[in-house]
Design a protein around this ligand. Structure first.
Ligand SMILES: [Zn+2]
Length: 169
C-alpha cells in the first residue's frame, strides 16, 4: 500500500499535556494532590511494589480517595483510578467529578516520572465524562515536584469507544 489510502479520514485531535511545578498550582489543586499522596499509604501492591494514589474532587467539594489493590490472581486486582471512580459512583451518585489527581511511587524510593492511566481506566473515565457531560481535569505527579495537567480524558484517549457506537439511531 506504500502509505497510500483509498480515502481521507479527517479526524484530528489536540493532545496537550501542560507541565507545572507543584507550588505554582492553585491551592486547592495542591491539596488534592496531597490527598492523592495520602492515599498512597492505602495501596496494596505487594507484587508490583508500584503504588498509586488517587484523589477525586467532586462538584460538591467532597474528595474521594483511591489506591491500587492487587491480588495474587493478578487480573482480580484493580487500579487506583477505578477504585476511586467506582467509589464515587457509590458514595456520591450523580455528582460530577471535577478533577482527578494521580500520584505514583515505589516502595524502594526510586524516582518516578508522572505516569499515565492505563487503557481500562481511561475507558472508565471516558464514560464518567460522557455521563456527567463535562471533562475531568487530570493531574499527574511522580516522585518529583513536576505535575502534568490535562483537560480531560480525550487528551489520553482521543479516539475512545463510547455508547454512541452501539446506540440505535
Ligand atoms: Zn488503570
Amino acid at each position: 500500500m506504500d502509505g497510500q489510502s483509498d480515502f481521507s479520514v479527517n479526524i484530528q485531535r489536540n493532545c496537550v499535556v501542560r507541565g507545572f511545578h507543584l507550588e505554582t498550582l492553585d491551592r486547592y489543586i495542591q491539596e488534592l494532590i496531597h490527598e492523592a499522596e495520602q492515599a498512597l499509604s492505602t495501596a496494596y501492591a505487594p507484587y508490583s511494589r508500584f503504588f498509586v494514589g488517587v484523589a477525586l474532587l467532586l462538584e460538591n467539594g467532597k474528595v474521594i480517595p483511591g489506591s491500587n489493590q492487587e491480588n495474587a490472581a493478578y487480573p482480580s486486582g484493580l487500579c487506583a483510578e477505578r477504585t476511586a471512580l467506582f467509589a464515587a459512583g457509590v458514595q456520591e451518585p450523580g455528582v460530577p467529578v471535577m478533577a482527578m489527581a494521580i500520584v505514583v511511587a515505589r516502595s524502594d524510593g526510586t524516582e518516578l516520572s508522572p505516569a499515565f492511566p492505563c487503557g481500562s481506566c481511561l475507558q472508565v473515565l471516558l464514560e464518567v465524562e460522557r455521563r456527567q457531560k463535562s471533562p475531568v481535569r487530570v493531574y499527574l505527579k511522580g516522585t518529583g515536584q513536576q505535575v502534568y495537567e490535562a483537560d480531560g480524558v480525550s487528551v489520553f484517549l482521543p479516539f475512545g469507544f463510547d455508547s454512541s457506537f452501539i446506540t440505535e439511531p
